[in-house]
Design a protein around this ligand. Structure first.
Ligand code: FEO
Length: 397
């Protein structure tokens, strides 16, 4: 636990043992579950934490309350990484009211039943909760990242509690504030991976939330995961503007290949070298069989161009490449340049499936001609690869 202002405390916890967030996304340095406790004439706890860190959380809450009762538990988000301790808190603090909207309570009852019904305090857009010196104004931000999500603005300290928005993967290391650490070096890439994979699909709802944020004077953004922002508020608002509009941050090329025996991989490495020779600085090459899809999605959100190269498999698309292109479509990716290299020995289907998937997405532009390999790239095709490199470079201008 740690003070973030004289009366507001961080009472969250970091889980460094967790391997997969949502049992899906690899974590190399865990994740934090943030919860905040306001001590005023009334006391308010903002969200709970994941079941994996119940014990430190409960001790943090009790430590900060130091014998005081809890008046309110505010539920910004009903995903279990934040709501798993509602029952533990309501048992420990039987007078605590639960603050949420109608959807919050619908989901609460789905997870835990309706035995807490008499404690509900329902809020809507603009509702204010008066705690004494501190006042929380609620902002409805559905689909950032579930339909019930609320954010709240504390007007005395100018803190915006933003639920999942502006969160990052990565445990906290004692320092809570972005200006106490190398935020860009340690957390920015993980903020992008978190955004693109968790919230990426919901660009339009994020845009609506950003519009509401523009009306607020914000000194601090306090998300449910990762560092509290003081220094990088404008930077992260700019990133969210780009990401939610599916606009690339950088003109550069992500090359992802699915290759069984190295032949498709070799063609991609040749192309990457040709791009380098033509002066391209931002190049990322990924083997879809080795790199978790979430890292490739993150870079695909960052860069302007994608090269997809894949072997044909079972008369279809190599499964790991299929997972990548399907994920791009599921996350609503738009506004990218893409190039296609297909490979097959006795049948070619990969390029057709990759192209169809890219064409199903909004404002995706194919750069260069599709290059079809039969088992390997042959010397006669080197000029085609050179031409593809020229076309990609031209598209980066
Ligand atoms: Fe951190 Fe959507 O939960």
């Amino acid at each position: 636990m740690q003070k973030i202002t004289s009366d507001i405390f961080w009472v969250g916890a970091s889980d460094r043992r967790i391997a997969l967030f949502e049992n899906l996304f690899p974590l190399t340095n865990g994740v934090s579950y943030n919860s905040y406790l306001i001590l005023d004439e009334k006391t308010a706890l903002l969200d709970t934490v994941d079941v994996g860190v119940t014990r430190p959380y409960i001790e943090n809450v009790a430590g900060v309350l130091d014998g005081r009762d809890l008046d309110y538990l505010i539920l910004h988000h009903m995903e279990p990484d934040h709501c798993a301790n509602i029952e533990a808190i309501t048992e420990l603090y039987p007078n605590a009211k639960l603050v949420g909207n109608n959807k919050t309570f619908e989901f609460l009852e789905q997870f835990y039943g309706d035995h807490l019904k008499d404690r509900y305090v329902e809020v809507t857009e603009g509702s204010e909760l008066d705690l004494g010196k501190h006042k929380l104004t609620f902002v409805c931000t559905p689909m950032v990242h579930w339909p019930e999500v609320l954010m709240s603005y504390e007007s005395t300290e100018k803190i915006f509690f933003t639920a999942d928005a502006f969160g990052t993967f990565g445990a906290l290391s004692g320092n809570l504030f972005d200006d106490e650490m190398d935020f860009k070096g340690i957390y920015l890439d993980e903020a992008r991976r978190y955004y693109s994979n968790i919230v990426g699909k919901f660009g339009r709802p994020v845009q609506s939330a950003l519009k509401k944020a523009k009306d607020l004077s914000i000194d601090m953004i306090a998300p449910l995961h990762g560092p509290i922002l003081r220094e990088n508020i404008d930077l992260m608002l700019e990133k969210y503007e780009l990401w939610s509009n599916y606009q690339p941050e950088v003109k550069g090329v992500v090359l992802a290949y699915g290759s069984m025996y190295g032949n498709t991989a070799y063609a991609v490495d040749l192309l990457a070298n040709m791009l380098s020779e033509r002066g391209v600085k931002d190049i990322r090459v990924y083997d879809v069989s080795k790199t978790d899809v979430s890292y490739m999605i993150s870079d695909i959100f960052k860069y302007s161009n994608i090269v997809l190269a894949s072997a044909t498999y079972n008369a279809g698309l190599y499964p790991k490449m299929k997972a990548l292109v399907d994920d791009m479509a599921a996350l609503n990716l738009q506004n990218r340049n893409y190039s296609i290299i297909g490979n097959g020995t006795w049948m070619t289907a990969a390029s057709k499936i990759m192209t169809e998937t890219m064409e199903s997405m909004r404002n995706m532009t194919q750069i260069g001609d599709t290059l079809e390999l039969k088992s390997r790239i042959i010397p006669e095709q080197m000029k085609d690869l050179e031409k593809l490199a020229d076309d990609i470079v031209a598209s980066l201008k």
